[in-house]
Ligand binder design. Structure first.
Ligand code: NOJ
Length: 492
């Protein structure tokens, strides 16, 4: 079991309470992030087609509070106000996603929906007018429903072609102004939650020992196809960069025992290696091949070539960490965890929990884990440029708490101080971290958890016209970004 004092000895170099902008390089990018289905609403406006999440949320029993993204936080109609907020808080960049079915309502790529193009043009132009750089995600989980129903969506290799057409259209329409693209957000969660546990759309779990791997394989190919297309058709003219966003909780070996150390290493390979090894080394990590055998698809030679080096930067979504111990059969549900032969633990030696607990059952506040993941990526993949594309924590929605209590989010302020100092330390250690994005600008639709979890810097009053109220953490960030974070008082 891990001893707290020993592990943290190294950690407190930049005191979390003292972290400031001066600990970051001058051109370091600070941004906020959102995704289309979680904030836009207007599900039947602008000629938008349905996505797998529309179908999933309208299926009985899938979302904890029976909610959906039909209206969400109505960003579709309030994007100007929301962009004003980003500007007021002082962020340099905004990461948002394009809803594929607003551009191609049936996903097939035959006819561009100009209303969708106009909507995102308006967003991009409004951002640039305020001096905010757009970082655009092409796929944040909302696959056009028709693609899933007519040809099996991510289960079918044909999806690569449709994704390429969609990416081409976005590069052609927005690439004169968008210089940072993310192809796919957290392919791991689509593979595991969409096709193994089934808690996310499209809710499949019937073939959990094969489908997650097939879906991941096709996501990697789709990413690489979009990257290659950009190099051929747009790179010279537009000069943008393309990344893939992987998600990873840090895996700290639960003891010095060799079995625990290799279990922790395995855990990292099953999260990040699954996606980055093919890109950097041409194939899946050896341990995945050994443990999964024929369950894991093979890359054809021409696919290997396509996938290799198909990245300008690594996007990392990081929220939390775990201690990892070897286990012959994982007690956790689903074959995905069994193949990893490990268990995820949350206690230090002596029984204290790994960090303060946020609202989501999986989220503990463990800032040192972020420094470790960043250094791990730097070491394992030859020090690539990294953006932390998401980092944040949630509060529980609480009907009976008065507004001023919900707005005074002290733990979130501590979270950001801790995690930002971890990023600063990783930069000092030598990792090439270029930017950091808060998840999220606004409270929003948290997938299977509906509106019961609030990740926003800005509170959204769901009962009173979706009015936006910046929380203490938003004001803290505003001061941090201006370079005078230690001042007291909420508004400036
Ligand atoms: C990662 C996902 O990209 C985002 O959509 C989600 O809301 C956050 N994690 C929090 O769970």
């Amino acid at each position: 079991m891990v001893k707290k004092e020993e592990l943290l000895k190294e950690y407190e170099q930049v005191e979390p309470t003292n972290v400031s902008k001066t600990h970051f390089p001058p051109n370091f990018v600070f941004g906020v992030a959102t995704s289309a289905y979680q904030i836009e609403g207007a599900c039947e406006e602008g000629n938008r087609g349905a996505s797998i999440w529309d179908d999933f949320t309208h299926t009985e029993g899938k979302i904890i509070d029976k909610s959906n993204g039909d209206v969400a936080v109505d960003h579709y109609h309030r994007y100007k106000e929301d962009i004003d907020l980003i500007a007021k808080l002082g962020f340099d960049a905004y990461r948002f996603s394009i809803s594929w079915s607003r551009i191609f309502p049936d996903g097939l790529g035959t006819k561009i929906n100009m209303e969708g193009i106009t909507f995102y043009n308006n967003i991009i132009d409004a951002l640039l007018q305020k001096g905010i750089q757009p970082y655009v995600t092409l796929y944040h989980w909302d696959l056009p429903l028709h693609l899933h129903e007519s040809m099996g969506g991510w289960l079918n290799k044909e999806i690569v072609k449709y994704f390429e057409i969609y990416a081409d259209t976005c590069f052609a329409s927005f690439g004169d102004r968008v210089k940072n693209w993310i192809t796919i957000n957290e392919p791991l969660q689509t593979a595991v939650n969409g096709y193994c546990t089934g808690i996310f759309a499209p809710g499949r779990h019937q073939h959990s020992s094969t489908e997650p791997y097939l879906v991941a394989h096709h996501q990697i190919l789709a990413h690489a196809a979009a990257f290659s297309l950009y190099q051929r058709k747009y790179k010279d003219k537009q000069g943008g960069n393309i990344g893939l966003v992987v998600d990873c909780e840090w895996a700290e070996a639960n003891s010095d025992k060799i079995e625990d150390k290799s279990a922790a290493a395995r855990r990292l390979d099953f999260q990040i290696g699954w996606y980055l090894h093919p890109i950097y080394y041409g194939d899946y990590p050896e341990v995945m091949r050994n443990n999964l055998g024929d369950q894991l698809p093979k890359f054809m030679q021409k696919d290997k070539e396509l996938v290799r080096n198909s990245l300008d930067f690594v996007g990392l979504n990081h929220y939390t960490s775990r201690f990892i111990a070897h286990a012959t059969k994982s007690p956790e549900e689903g074959s995905f965890y069994e193949a990893q032969e490990m268990e995820r633990l949350v206690e230090w030696e002596g029984g204290e929990v790994i960090g303060e607990k946020a609202a989501s059952e999986w989220l503990y506040v463990v800032p040192w884990g972020l420094r470790k993941v960043l250094n791990y990526i730097a070491k394992t993949y030859n020090n690539p440029p990294i953006y932390v594309t998401e980092n944040g924590m949630d509060d529980e929605e609480n009907d009976s708490s008065p507004l001023h209590e919900m707005l005074d989010d002290k733990l979130r302020v501590r979270y950001f101080k801790g995690y930002l100092s971890a990023v600063a330390q990783a930069i000092k250690d030598g990792a090439d971290v270029r930017g950091y994005f808060v998840w999220s600008l606004l409270d929003n639709f948290e997938w299977a958890q509906g509106y019961t979890k609030r990740f926003g810097l800005v509170y959204v009053d769901y009962k009173n016209g979706l009015v936006r109220h910046p929380k203490s953490s938003a004001y803290w960030f505003m001061r941090f970004l201006k370079g005078n974070e230690e001042k007291n008082g909420k508004e400036e």
